[in-house]
Ligand binder design. Structure first.
Ligand code: UD1
Length: 414
């Protein structure tokens, strides 16, 4: 449980953690590299712990030294046990790397999750194009590549982040050239490809919608610094915004923040971006964030929608959200309503009439970013907010309570 005693006014400086969504595919990539991979700026999160357990189960030796994670590759197995797959839906990103490395893979299907159904059809159909035979039965995926991975032209019907990563990981040591059309363009894909290329890979066009992978024989482990977490950054920005605060974030890649700036500008915050730092100064009362439509990068990210909804909840006027990426991504709305927010949800649309103040309440985090949104709202609420389900929040935020305390809030984890 995270307990917030509000209201707070955030002030001070904070270094933003390394990106969770970059670390997970980078750890999968370590499976493809001979020798040692050293990841710097690796965040201390329960999802990263799960990924490390997967690597260890597969035979790798992993050692954490502060924010450095050292992986010695010694793969002996090609199966991920059910409890590790169920512990983290994104463990599907290990599939491409395991098949490429071992020629076979067996893992249980990740199934549905807290954001609604999370199909993997794009992952599977595109891996099939690379020559992977996949048998889906009894909730398990059994994959083989009798001829090895063969380069191919793959056009994704939706720019799925995970499917793009899986394809790149499968193809990077395959035979021939793979062309991925309508690839996801998220910065985390660029981070993955930068690492693979440093290890000897030949991946071109990351960050564009057409990625070309020229297969190479071998990759050699290298050192890499995980990119800063853009969603953690926007979470702290939202926390400063709702509290009328003034904070400076260090270790921010400002180009990654650009697609998320509009609600801060609309609501009256002043955002200054300088080098790797970002300063945000919020007015006493926010205006509405107006209109948010979640889209694949470089559109507004779905992961930032919940924390921006907490801003809209206390902004003067009406804000409208359209969630285009995941089906069940308004579960934080119920908690916000318990705190006094005025939100109407109808399918993928949410209409938020901003109220002047919120009141602390006992609320339940139903997923990672929704949980963070409730903590952010708690900072603005009068009285005590208890957010149950801190385990969701620990999946993606390194010491959220401690970081907010450093900025002057009264927040603790129990
Ligand atoms: C990644 C991020 C997650 C973020 C999401 C969208 C990681 C570890 N997670 O998740 O934080 O919210 O991108 O930016 O990086 N889809 C299919 N079939 C598939 C794959 C996806 O229909 O085979 C659909 C999904 O149901 C969803 C949409 O495509 O509606 C986007 O999913 P995707 O981009 O794959 O997200 P993830 O990689 O799971």
């Amino acid at each position: 449980m995270i307990i917030v005693d509000g209201p707070a006014e955030l002030c001070g400086e904070l270094t933003v953690q390394g990106a969770k969504n970059s670390t997970l595919p980078l750890l999968a990539a370590a499976l493809l590299c001979k020798g040692q991979t050293v990841l710097h700026n690796c965040p201390d999160l329960s999802d990263v712990d799960t990924a490390v357990q997967i690597l260890e189960h597969l035979g790798c030796r992993c050692k954490r030294e502060g924010h450095d994670l050292i992986v010695d590759n010694a793969v002996t197995r090609c199966q991920i046990p059910e409890e590790l797959m169920r512990g983290m839906r994104s463990s599907i990103v290990f599939l491409g790397a395991i098949i490429a490395r071992c020629g076979e893979a067996r893992l249980c299907s990740p199934g549905g999750c807290e954001l609604g159904p999370r199909p993997i059809d794009l992952h599977l159909s595109s891996l099939r194009k690379l020559g992977v035979e996949i048998d889906e039965s009894g909730g398990w995926l059994t994959c083989r590549t009798p001829e090895g991975i063969q380069g191919a032209y793959v056009s994704l019907s939706f720019p799925s982040v995970g499917a793009t990563e899986n394809l790149i990981l499968a193809a990077v040591c395959g035979r021939g050239t793979t062309i991925i059309a309508n690839a996801a363009r998220e910065p985390e894909i660029c981070d993955l490809c930068e690492y693979l290329n440093r290890c000897g890979g030949r991946v071109y066009g990351a960050g564009e919608s057409c990625v070309i992978v020229d297969g190479v024989k071998e990759l050699y482990g290298a050192e890499h610094r995980v990119m800063p977490d853009r969603i953690a950054a926007v979470t702290y920005m939202a926390a400063a915004a709702v509290t009328g605060g003034n904070i400076t974030l260090r270790d921010v890649d400002n180009t990654h923040i650009l697609p998320m700036l509009s609600p801060f500008e609309e609501s009256g915050c002043e955002v200054r971006q300088l080098g790797g730092c970002l300063n945000i100064m919020a007015p006493r009362r926010l205006s509405a964030v107006k209109h948010i439509r979640t889209m694949p990068y470089p559109g507004f990210p779905t992961d930032a929608q919940p924390v921006v909804m907490s801003m809209a909840a206390v902004g003067r006027g009406t804000s409208v959200f359209v969630e285009n990426i995941f089906e069940s991504r308004y579960r934080h709305a119920e908690g916000l309503q318990r705190m006094g927010a005025n939100i109407k949800v109808e399918g993928k649309v949410a209409v938020v009439e901003g109220v002047e103040g919120l009141t602390g309440a006992a609320v339940q985090a139903a997923d990672l970013r929704g949980g963070a949104a409730l903590v952010v709202a708690g900072l603005r609420a009068q009285g005590r907010t208890r957010v149950e389900g801190a385990e969701f929040i620990r999946r993606g935020y390194e010491n959220l309570a401690g970081s907010l305390r450093d900025l002057g809030a009264r927040v603790r984890e129990e």
